[in-house]
Design a binder for this molecule. Structure first.
Ligand code: PAF
Length: 280
């Protein structure tokens, strides 16, 4: 596997590959890789000649400096994992390399980034859009791969790519769960043994909510029950539990075709998100 830290070198390597007719898949990550990321790499490898994985903890998407400081950074291990699964290129730039000029561009996705994560993490999606645009420009991949755990991010990036006419396909890959249902996330690495158990309340709340709604219970009552379920676990603080349209993520009040349940909660000081399609 080739490691690049500089944009110029990566661009020149990819230019040669593209000139030789090779297709390029990009898997953008913030590192602390887990099996969910490896699914993205596998999906890219199946559809492209060259897979580039970027590992970069992007400061502009953190609205809380403590969260940025605590974000797990495990580059040496990430590099080993990527080499093992046959990733072709690791791009691990510095902040100086990615932000040669201070970040001033702001993105606004209308209603899509004002709800759910956007409401609780103001500016988050603008930072995501900025760094993803940079990565698309640097790598100019044929396809880029994103996980469905960050469902709203997937929708934001799909809109970004289509509005800015990026000449690439956005591919989404289903959530990968631990055997007990916990959605894989880099942030899980920050959970204690006890916290890891408590974090299951997110997936259990989604399953419970789905089952109650399907059984005909009203959303307001289900929300109330989910809040009580989370409150019952010491150190868990529910931020939101919402039912939304799968396409535009506008919040809906009752189940219909094409809806998704989304949850965000703190387990101690670790913020986790998860989601579950109502139709599957
Ligand atoms: O999902 C992530 O890990 C990040 O938000 C992304 C897409 C790599 C942008 O920094």
């Amino acid at each position: 596997m080739r490691l690049f830290e500089e944009i110029k070198q990566l661009r020149s390597f990819l230019w040669t590959q593209k000139a030789a007719g090779k297709s390029i898949g990009l898997v953008p990550t913030m590192g602390a890789l887990h099996a969910g990321h490896l699914q993205l790499i596998a999906a890219s490898k199946a559809e492209n000649d060259i897979t580039v994985c970027s590992v970069y903890v992007n400061p502009t998407q953190f609205n809380n400096s403590a969260d940025l400081a605590k974000y797990p950074r495990t580059l040496a291990k990430d590099q080993e994992m990527l080499a093992e699964v046959g990733c072709d290129v690791l791009f691990a730039p510095s902040n100086q390399e990615m932000y040669q000029l201070p970040a001033q561009l702001k993105f606004d996705f209308g209603a899509l980034d004002k709800t759910l994560e956007g409401e609780f993490r103001p500016g988050h999606f603008s930072g995501v859009a900025l760094v993803v645009s940079k990565l698309f420009n640097i790598v100019q991949p044929h396809r880029a791969y994103f996980g469905q755990k960050d469902y709203q991010q997937l929708k934001v990036i799909t809109k970004l790519a289509s509005e800015l006419l990026f000449d690439l396909e956005i591919k989404s890959v289903p959530i990968v769960r631990e055997s007990d249902g916990l959605a894989m996330s880099s942030r899980n690495q920050r959970l204690s043994e006890q916290g890891r158990q408590k974090a299951l309340v997110l997936f259990h709340s989604l399953q419970f909510g789905k089952q109650q709604l399907k059984a005909g219970k009203g959303l307001a009552e289900v929300k109330h029950l989910v809040k009580a379920k989370c409150d019952a676990v010491h150190d868990v603080r529910l931020e939101y539990f919402e039912l939304a349209d799968v396409e535009n993520l506008s919040l809906v009040e009752s189940v219909r075709n094409g809806t998704i349940l989304l949850i965000a909660a703190f387990v101690g000081d670790v913020r986790l998100i998860d989601n579950l399609m109502m139709d599957e």
